[in-house]
Design a protein around this ligand. Structure first.
Ligand code: THU
Length: 143
């Protein structure tokens, strides 16, 4: 066992730990002078490409953008829409970072059958699907 301190709540999966580590690193670039709540995200496409994101706040507070949405927008703007998983990281040690409602809807736009890994700084995580995080959702198929 090379990383005994990393004890995921759910079953181990190839590449998950690396994706979480990447989200922890992305958090370091967060621009959050108002909330002082840095968040990082690492999004993996079905063909294995990884896009990172961090939250980017603004003096006009309501213009701030979440880490997850930035990662997804980076991927989509480079032609990737098919996602396997997104890992999210914050500094909270007492709970797993959970995506806001807006980000859940933003994820859902690109399908409900992919994974969200909500982590803590020690690398432990909780895994849920987009479907489970946003049940009975409204999406592109409804239009
Ligand atoms: N935030 C994210 O980037 N992702 C989340 O999952 C939760 C919240 C950001 C938004 C804001 O910049 C700061 O965290 C505090 O809400």
């Amino acid at each position: 066992m090379s990383t005994p301190h990393l004890t995921p709540e759910h079953g181990m999966q190839e590449g998950v730990m690396g994706l979480i580590r990447t989200s922890l690193e992305a958090k370091e670039f967060a621009y959050c002078p108002y909330s002082k709540f840095p968040v990082g995200a690492a999004l993996m496409t079905r063909d294995g490409k990884v896009f990172t994101g961090c939250n980017v706040e603004n003096a006009c507070y309501n213009l701030g953008v979440c880490a997850e949405r930035n990662a997804i927008s980076k991927a989509v703007s480079e032609g990737y829409r098919d996602f396997k998983a997104i890992a999210i990281a914050s500094k909270m040690t007492d709970q797993f970072i959970s995506p806001c409602g807006g980000c859940r809807q933003f994820m859902r736009e690109f399908g409900v059958n992919w994974d969200v890994y909500m982590s803590k700084p020690d690398g432990t995580y909780k895994q849920m699907t987009v479907e489970a995080l946003l049940p009975r959702s409204f999406g592109p198929e409804d239009l």
